[in-house]
Design a protein around this ligand. Structure first.
Ligand code: GRF
Length: 217
């Protein structure tokens, strides 16, 4: 059984989809939420879902290194194997990256390397692209620069405002993120350098949104 932690800073809709995907699973479970924003809606979702939440900020701990040492202690005490960033608005520092090397993933609401960082949806609309999308990648020290596990295109309509495009992207995120994480945990997608090599059936599971991973492998 793989034990996962989710890190979030905001609404937590991806956090909720991840928790629900593994409810009743014998293979993995979301065990806890780390949140750096007191009052964020993800904390209410954690309470409703019965997932323990830990809230902290670097300044309370005397800086980023101490903050991440606090997080690392929680992860180790709770025997967390894998970290899923879901709208966590901070760069992960060297301590956590070393402890969870290639075991931290992130989701970004654009087709990287286009539109990294904050406000990716607004950046895409301002640039006039007609296709944007979702990127799920392994986390490295950079800002949205780690090896890409999965991408999916999302069309942009000429009448879209940020909320329209964000909602279309969110539907793809909620289907794809848990399934890509499940495939990565199962070894159905592996990295060779920066390139992800997929088992074709596992990739189809993500694209088609099939619930059960097992029949696909
Ligand atoms: C998502 O669009 C994700 O791609 C980005 O932040 C957003 C988080 O949304 N990293 P939510 O908090 O999961 O609703």
């Amino acid at each position: 059984m793989k034990q996962m932690a989710v890190f979030a800073s905001g609404s937590g809709s991806n956090f909720e989809s991840l928790v629900k995907f593994w409810q009743d699973s014998a293979e993995a479970a979301v065990r806890l939420l780390i949140c750096d924003q007191p009052g964020a809606y993800c904390l209410q979702r954690a309470e409703s879902l019965g997932i323990p939440a830990f809230v902290g900020q670097p300044r309370q701990h005397g800086g980023k290194a101490a903050y991440e040492a606090w997080i690392l202690q929680i992860l180790q005490e709770q025997q967390i194997d894998f970290v899923v960033l879901a709208g966590y608005m901070r760069l992960v520092g060297p301590q956590l990256l070393a402890a969870y090397s290639e075991r931290i993933v992130n989701i970004h609401p654009a087709l990287l390397p286009s539109f990294p960082g904050k406000h990716a949806v607004e950046q895409a609309l301002a640039s006039g692209v007609q296709v944007s999308g979702v990127t799920i990648h392994v986390v490295d020290a950079g800002m949205d620069t780690g090896p890409i596990l999965y991408q999916e295109a999302v069309p942009v309509s000429s009448s879209d405002g940020p909320a329209d495009l964000q909602a279309r992207i969110a539907r793809v995120e909620h289907r794809a993120y848990p399934r890509v994480v499940a495939a990565y945990l199962a070894g159905d997608v592996v990295l060779e350098g920066r390139r992800a090599i997929w088992q074709p059936e596992a990739l189809r599971c993500v694209q088609e949104g099939r619930k059960e991973h097992a029949p696909c492998s």
